[in-house]
Design a protein around this ligand. Structure first.
Ligand code: ZN
Length: 347
Protein backbone atom coordinates (compact mmCIF):
# COMPACT_ATOMS: atom_id res chain seq x y z
CA UNK A 1 0.00 0.00 0.00
CA UNK A 2 2.83 2.40 0.87
CA UNK A 3 4.42 1.78 -2.54
CA UNK A 4 1.14 2.49 -4.31
CA UNK A 5 0.60 5.72 -2.36
CA UNK A 6 4.17 6.74 -3.16
CA UNK A 7 3.69 6.20 -6.88
CA UNK A 8 0.37 8.08 -6.96
CA UNK A 9 1.45 10.96 -4.72
CA UNK A 10 4.73 11.60 -6.50
CA UNK A 11 2.88 11.83 -9.85
CA UNK A 12 1.65 15.19 -11.19
CA UNK A 13 -2.07 15.82 -11.74
CA UNK A 14 -3.26 19.37 -11.21
CA UNK A 15 -7.05 19.76 -11.79
CA UNK A 16 -7.76 19.43 -15.51
CA UNK A 17 -4.33 17.87 -16.21
CA UNK A 18 -4.63 14.46 -14.56
CA UNK A 19 -3.31 12.22 -17.40
CA UNK A 20 -0.22 10.95 -15.59
CA UNK A 21 -2.22 9.83 -12.55
CA UNK A 22 -4.84 8.25 -14.79
CA UNK A 23 -2.22 6.03 -16.47
CA UNK A 24 -0.98 4.76 -13.11
CA UNK A 25 -4.52 3.88 -11.98
CA UNK A 26 -5.30 2.14 -15.29
CA UNK A 27 -2.27 -0.11 -14.97
CA UNK A 28 -3.15 -0.94 -11.35
CA UNK A 29 -6.80 -1.93 -11.85
CA UNK A 30 -6.68 -3.49 -15.35
CA UNK A 31 -6.61 -7.06 -14.07
CA UNK A 32 -9.44 -6.51 -11.60
CA UNK A 33 -12.17 -5.00 -13.79
CA UNK A 34 -14.15 -5.90 -16.92
CA UNK A 35 -14.05 -2.51 -18.58
CA UNK A 36 -12.13 0.76 -18.35
CA UNK A 37 -13.33 3.89 -20.10
CA UNK A 38 -12.80 7.64 -20.00
CA UNK A 39 -15.71 10.05 -20.35
CA UNK A 40 -15.61 13.36 -22.20
CA UNK A 41 -14.65 15.29 -19.06
CA UNK A 42 -11.72 12.95 -18.42
CA UNK A 43 -13.00 10.74 -15.57
CA UNK A 44 -11.53 7.25 -15.50
CA UNK A 45 -14.43 4.80 -15.09
CA UNK A 46 -13.50 1.24 -14.11
CA UNK A 47 -16.36 -1.25 -14.19
CA UNK A 48 -16.54 -4.65 -12.56
CA UNK A 49 -19.73 -6.48 -13.53
CA UNK A 50 -21.57 -8.13 -10.66
CA UNK A 51 -24.00 -11.00 -10.31
CA UNK A 52 -26.83 -9.01 -8.73
CA UNK A 53 -28.77 -5.95 -9.87
CA UNK A 54 -27.17 -3.38 -7.56
CA UNK A 55 -24.82 -0.78 -8.99
CA UNK A 56 -22.44 0.87 -6.55
CA UNK A 57 -20.08 3.73 -7.25
CA UNK A 58 -16.83 4.50 -5.46
CA UNK A 59 -15.48 7.92 -6.35
CA UNK A 60 -11.98 9.14 -5.58
CA UNK A 61 -10.79 12.38 -7.09
CA UNK A 62 -7.38 12.12 -8.71
CA UNK A 63 -6.65 15.84 -9.16
CA UNK A 64 -4.48 17.92 -6.86
CA UNK A 65 -4.26 21.63 -6.17
CA UNK A 66 -1.55 23.43 -8.12
CA UNK A 67 -1.02 26.33 -10.50
CA UNK A 68 -1.17 27.24 -14.15
CA UNK A 69 1.18 29.54 -16.08
CA UNK A 70 -0.35 33.01 -16.44
CA UNK A 71 2.42 35.00 -18.07
CA UNK A 72 6.14 34.93 -18.86
CA UNK A 73 8.24 38.09 -18.62
CA UNK A 74 11.12 39.15 -20.86
CA UNK A 75 13.70 37.91 -18.33
CA UNK A 76 12.13 34.45 -18.29
CA UNK A 77 10.32 34.62 -14.95
CA UNK A 78 6.92 32.92 -14.91
CA UNK A 79 3.78 34.18 -13.13
CA UNK A 80 1.21 31.60 -12.10
CA UNK A 81 -2.47 31.51 -11.11
CA UNK A 82 -3.64 29.15 -8.35
CA UNK A 83 -5.83 26.13 -9.10
CA UNK A 84 -7.75 25.04 -6.01
CA UNK A 85 -7.65 26.17 -2.39
CA UNK A 86 -4.22 27.54 -1.47
CA UNK A 87 -3.03 29.35 1.61
CA UNK A 88 -0.43 31.45 -0.19
CA UNK A 89 2.21 31.25 2.55
CA UNK A 90 2.41 27.50 1.96
CA UNK A 91 3.27 27.89 -1.73
CA UNK A 92 6.25 30.14 -1.27
CA UNK A 93 9.76 28.69 -1.67
CA UNK A 94 8.46 25.38 -2.99
CA UNK A 95 10.06 23.40 -5.77
CA UNK A 96 7.64 22.97 -8.67
CA UNK A 97 7.43 21.16 -11.97
CA UNK A 98 5.89 22.55 -15.13
CA UNK A 99 4.74 19.49 -17.00
CA UNK A 100 3.19 18.50 -20.28
CA UNK A 101 5.35 17.45 -23.21
CA UNK A 102 8.31 17.40 -20.85
CA UNK A 103 9.03 18.09 -17.21
CA UNK A 104 10.68 21.39 -16.44
CA UNK A 105 11.67 21.93 -12.83
CA UNK A 106 11.56 25.30 -11.15
CA UNK A 107 11.21 27.13 -7.84
CA UNK A 108 8.67 29.60 -6.49
CA UNK A 109 11.24 32.25 -5.71
CA UNK A 110 11.10 34.88 -3.03
CA UNK A 111 12.99 37.96 -1.96
CA UNK A 112 15.43 37.04 0.88
CA UNK A 113 14.95 38.68 4.30
CA UNK A 114 18.08 40.77 3.61
CA UNK A 115 16.11 42.80 1.08
CA UNK A 116 12.91 43.09 3.12
CA UNK A 117 11.79 46.01 5.21
CA UNK A 118 10.49 45.13 8.72
CA UNK A 119 6.81 45.47 7.82
CA UNK A 120 7.35 43.40 4.65
CA UNK A 121 8.60 40.46 6.71
CA UNK A 122 5.37 40.34 8.70
CA UNK A 123 3.14 40.27 5.62
CA UNK A 124 1.70 37.26 3.81
CA UNK A 125 2.95 37.23 0.23
CA UNK A 126 0.20 36.67 -2.32
CA UNK A 127 0.53 34.07 -5.07
CA UNK A 128 0.07 36.87 -7.61
CA UNK A 129 3.33 38.38 -6.31
CA UNK A 130 5.26 35.11 -6.62
CA UNK A 131 7.06 33.83 -9.69
CA UNK A 132 8.56 30.60 -10.95
CA UNK A 133 12.25 30.52 -11.85
CA UNK A 134 13.10 27.60 -14.17
CA UNK A 135 16.63 28.84 -14.77
CA UNK A 136 15.66 30.57 -18.01
CA UNK A 137 17.49 33.63 -19.29
CA UNK A 138 14.71 35.04 -21.49
CA UNK A 139 11.11 34.62 -22.57
CA UNK A 140 12.26 32.82 -25.75
CA UNK A 141 14.22 30.43 -23.59
CA UNK A 142 11.04 29.55 -21.62
CA UNK A 143 8.97 29.11 -24.77
CA UNK A 144 11.65 26.83 -26.24
CA UNK A 145 11.27 24.58 -23.18
CA UNK A 146 7.69 23.95 -24.27
CA UNK A 147 6.22 26.14 -21.53
CA UNK A 148 3.41 28.51 -22.49
CA UNK A 149 0.46 30.33 -20.95
CA UNK A 150 -1.79 27.57 -19.61
CA UNK A 151 0.93 25.02 -18.82
CA UNK A 152 0.11 23.18 -15.56
CA UNK A 153 2.42 23.62 -12.57
CA UNK A 154 2.54 21.10 -9.72
CA UNK A 155 4.42 20.98 -6.45
CA UNK A 156 7.42 18.65 -6.63
CA UNK A 157 7.75 16.65 -3.42
CA UNK A 158 8.58 13.00 -2.84
CA UNK A 159 6.84 10.85 -0.25
CA UNK A 160 8.90 9.80 2.77
CA UNK A 161 8.22 7.77 5.90
CA UNK A 162 8.03 9.36 9.34
CA UNK A 163 7.88 7.37 12.59
CA UNK A 164 5.08 5.06 13.73
CA UNK A 165 3.75 4.16 10.29
CA UNK A 166 3.07 7.76 9.41
CA UNK A 167 4.05 9.13 6.03
CA UNK A 168 4.32 12.58 4.48
CA UNK A 169 4.05 13.96 0.96
CA UNK A 170 2.12 16.19 -1.39
CA UNK A 171 -1.35 15.53 -2.85
CA UNK A 172 -2.30 12.93 -0.24
CA UNK A 173 -5.60 14.74 -0.80
CA UNK A 174 -6.55 12.67 -2.68
CA UNK A 175 -3.99 10.17 -3.98
CA UNK A 176 -4.32 8.36 -0.66
CA UNK A 177 -8.06 8.10 -1.42
CA UNK A 178 -7.26 6.82 -4.91
CA UNK A 179 -4.97 4.16 -3.42
CA UNK A 180 -7.72 3.17 -0.98
CA UNK A 181 -10.22 2.84 -3.84
CA UNK A 182 -7.85 0.68 -5.91
CA UNK A 183 -7.02 -1.59 -2.99
CA UNK A 184 -10.67 -1.92 -1.86
CA UNK A 185 -11.61 -2.94 -5.39
CA UNK A 186 -8.96 -5.65 -5.30
CA UNK A 187 -10.05 -6.94 -1.89
CA UNK A 188 -13.84 -6.90 -2.06
CA UNK A 189 -15.92 -9.99 -2.77
CA UNK A 190 -19.04 -7.92 -3.49
CA UNK A 191 -21.68 -9.31 -5.88
CA UNK A 192 -22.76 -5.84 -6.97
CA UNK A 193 -21.64 -4.14 -10.15
CA UNK A 194 -18.93 -1.72 -9.09
CA UNK A 195 -18.05 1.54 -10.77
CA UNK A 196 -14.69 2.67 -9.43
CA UNK A 197 -14.34 6.21 -10.71
CA UNK A 198 -11.20 8.31 -10.50
CA UNK A 199 -12.77 11.72 -10.90
CA UNK A 200 -11.25 14.88 -12.36
CA UNK A 201 -11.45 18.51 -11.20
CA UNK A 202 -12.83 17.92 -7.69
CA UNK A 203 -10.71 20.68 -6.19
CA UNK A 204 -12.30 23.25 -8.49
CA UNK A 205 -15.96 22.34 -8.03
CA UNK A 206 -16.67 18.58 -7.83
CA UNK A 207 -16.90 18.54 -11.60
CA UNK A 208 -15.95 14.96 -12.48
CA UNK A 209 -18.35 13.53 -9.91
CA UNK A 210 -21.24 15.40 -11.54
CA UNK A 211 -20.84 14.00 -15.03
CA UNK A 212 -19.85 10.47 -14.01
CA UNK A 213 -22.70 10.01 -11.52
CA UNK A 214 -25.13 11.36 -14.13
CA UNK A 215 -24.10 8.82 -16.75
CA UNK A 216 -23.62 5.82 -14.43
CA UNK A 217 -26.74 6.34 -12.26
CA UNK A 218 -25.55 4.15 -9.37
CA UNK A 219 -27.96 2.95 -6.66
CA UNK A 220 -25.58 4.31 -4.01
CA UNK A 221 -22.13 5.86 -3.87
CA UNK A 222 -19.20 6.25 -1.54
CA UNK A 223 -16.68 9.04 -2.04
CA UNK A 224 -13.19 8.29 -0.74
CA UNK A 225 -11.27 11.37 0.26
CA UNK A 226 -9.01 12.80 2.92
CA UNK A 227 -10.32 14.98 5.73
CA UNK A 228 -8.88 17.38 8.27
CA UNK A 229 -7.35 15.81 11.37
CA UNK A 230 -7.52 18.24 14.28
CA UNK A 231 -4.88 16.75 16.57
CA UNK A 232 -1.89 19.05 16.21
CA UNK A 233 -0.95 22.26 18.07
CA UNK A 234 -3.29 25.08 17.14
CA UNK A 235 -6.11 22.88 15.87
CA UNK A 236 -7.85 22.61 19.26
CA UNK A 237 -10.08 25.59 18.56
CA UNK A 238 -11.79 23.62 15.77
CA UNK A 239 -13.35 21.39 18.46
CA UNK A 240 -13.12 18.38 16.19
CA UNK A 241 -12.32 14.97 17.55
CA UNK A 242 -10.62 13.56 14.46
CA UNK A 243 -7.21 12.06 15.18
CA UNK A 244 -4.51 10.29 13.21
CA UNK A 245 -4.37 6.57 13.91
CA UNK A 246 -7.94 6.32 15.23
CA UNK A 247 -9.42 4.84 12.08
CA UNK A 248 -11.34 5.66 8.94
CA UNK A 249 -13.58 8.72 9.11
CA UNK A 250 -17.28 8.37 8.30
CA UNK A 251 -18.83 11.72 7.43
CA UNK A 252 -22.16 12.63 9.03
CA UNK A 253 -22.37 16.20 7.75
CA UNK A 254 -19.91 18.42 5.90
CA UNK A 255 -19.82 22.14 5.09
CA UNK A 256 -22.44 22.64 7.85
CA UNK A 257 -24.95 20.73 5.74
CA UNK A 258 -24.48 22.87 2.65
CA UNK A 259 -22.25 20.13 1.27
CA UNK A 260 -23.63 16.79 2.35
CA UNK A 261 -26.07 15.54 4.96
CA UNK A 262 -25.59 11.80 4.85
CA UNK A 263 -28.89 9.91 4.87
CA UNK A 264 -29.64 7.77 7.97
CA UNK A 265 -29.68 4.67 5.75
CA UNK A 266 -26.17 5.26 4.39
CA UNK A 267 -24.86 6.17 7.83
CA UNK A 268 -26.32 2.96 9.30
CA UNK A 269 -24.81 0.94 6.42
CA UNK A 270 -21.29 2.28 6.98
CA UNK A 271 -21.35 2.31 10.80
CA UNK A 272 -22.85 -1.16 11.16
CA UNK A 273 -20.33 -2.54 8.65
CA UNK A 274 -17.43 -1.04 10.62
CA UNK A 275 -18.81 -2.49 13.85
CA UNK A 276 -19.50 -5.91 12.35
CA UNK A 277 -15.91 -6.26 11.17
CA UNK A 278 -14.24 -4.44 14.07
CA UNK A 279 -12.88 -1.73 11.83
CA UNK A 280 -11.88 1.39 13.82
CA UNK A 281 -13.78 4.49 12.71
CA UNK A 282 -14.43 8.10 13.70
CA UNK A 283 -17.48 10.25 12.94
CA UNK A 284 -17.12 13.66 11.36
CA UNK A 285 -19.29 16.74 11.44
CA UNK A 286 -17.45 19.44 9.53
CA UNK A 287 -18.19 23.09 8.93
CA UNK A 288 -15.87 23.58 5.97
CA UNK A 289 -14.91 21.54 2.95
CA UNK A 290 -16.91 19.02 0.99
CA UNK A 291 -16.39 16.06 -1.36
CA UNK A 292 -17.54 14.41 -4.56
CA UNK A 293 -20.35 12.77 -2.56
CA UNK A 294 -22.19 16.11 -2.41
CA UNK A 295 -22.37 16.30 -6.21
CA UNK A 296 -23.31 12.62 -6.58
CA UNK A 297 -26.02 13.00 -3.91
CA UNK A 298 -27.76 15.67 -6.01
CA UNK A 299 -27.66 13.77 -9.30
CA UNK A 300 -30.93 13.02 -11.12
CA UNK A 301 -33.62 12.10 -8.55
CA UNK A 302 -30.98 11.92 -5.78
CA UNK A 303 -28.43 9.17 -5.12
CA UNK A 304 -27.70 7.95 -1.58
CA UNK A 305 -24.09 8.89 -0.95
CA UNK A 306 -21.60 8.68 1.90
CA UNK A 307 -17.97 9.59 2.50
CA UNK A 308 -15.16 7.53 3.96
CA UNK A 309 -12.02 9.55 4.57
CA UNK A 310 -8.47 9.12 5.70
CA UNK A 311 -7.64 11.83 8.26
CA UNK A 312 -4.70 14.01 7.20
CA UNK A 313 -2.70 16.72 8.94
CA UNK A 314 -1.61 19.90 7.10
CA UNK A 315 -4.06 19.26 4.29
CA UNK A 316 -3.54 21.27 1.05
CA UNK A 317 0.17 21.57 1.72
CA UNK A 318 3.21 19.70 0.31
CA UNK A 319 3.74 18.07 3.71
CA UNK A 320 0.45 16.34 4.40
CA UNK A 321 0.74 13.56 6.98
CA UNK A 322 -1.37 10.40 7.21
CA UNK A 323 -1.19 7.23 9.29
CA UNK A 324 -1.05 3.97 7.33
CA UNK A 325 -3.30 2.35 9.97
CA UNK A 326 -6.10 4.71 8.92
CA UNK A 327 -5.44 3.91 5.26
CA UNK A 328 -5.90 0.24 6.13
CA UNK A 329 -9.14 0.91 8.07
CA UNK A 330 -10.60 2.95 5.21
CA UNK A 331 -9.69 0.26 2.67
CA UNK A 332 -11.26 -2.53 4.70
CA UNK A 333 -14.35 -0.49 5.47
CA UNK A 334 -15.00 0.17 1.78
CA UNK A 335 -14.25 -3.41 0.72
CA UNK A 336 -16.64 -4.77 3.36
CA UNK A 337 -19.32 -2.09 2.79
CA UNK A 338 -19.50 -3.05 -0.88
CA UNK A 339 -20.35 -6.57 0.34
CA UNK A 340 -22.81 -5.64 3.11
CA UNK A 341 -24.60 -3.18 0.81
CA UNK A 342 -26.92 -6.07 0.00
CA UNK A 343 -28.74 -5.54 3.31
CA UNK A 344 -29.10 -1.79 2.91
CA UNK A 345 -29.16 -0.73 -0.75
CA UNK A 346 -32.04 -2.29 -2.76
CA UNK A 347 -32.30 -5.15 -0.22
ZN1 ZN B 1 -9.97 15.98 -1.58
Amino acid sequence: MFELIKKLSNAFGVSGYEEEVKEIIKAEVEKYVDEIKTDALGNLICIRNGKDRRKLMIAAHMDEIGFVVKSIDEKGFIRVAPIGGWFSQIALAQRVVIYGKSRIYGVLGCKPPHLMKDEERRKVIEISDMFVDVGATSKEDVLKMGIDVGSPVAIDRQVIELSNGRITGKAFDNRVGVAVMIEALKRTQSDATIFAVATVQEEVGLKGAKTSAYSLEPDAAIAVDSCVAADFPGSETAHMDIKLGKGAVITVIDASGRGLIVSPLVLRWLKETAEKYNIPYQLEVAEGGTTDASAINLTKQGIPAGVISVPARYIHSPVEVVDLKDVESATNLIARALETSKSYILP
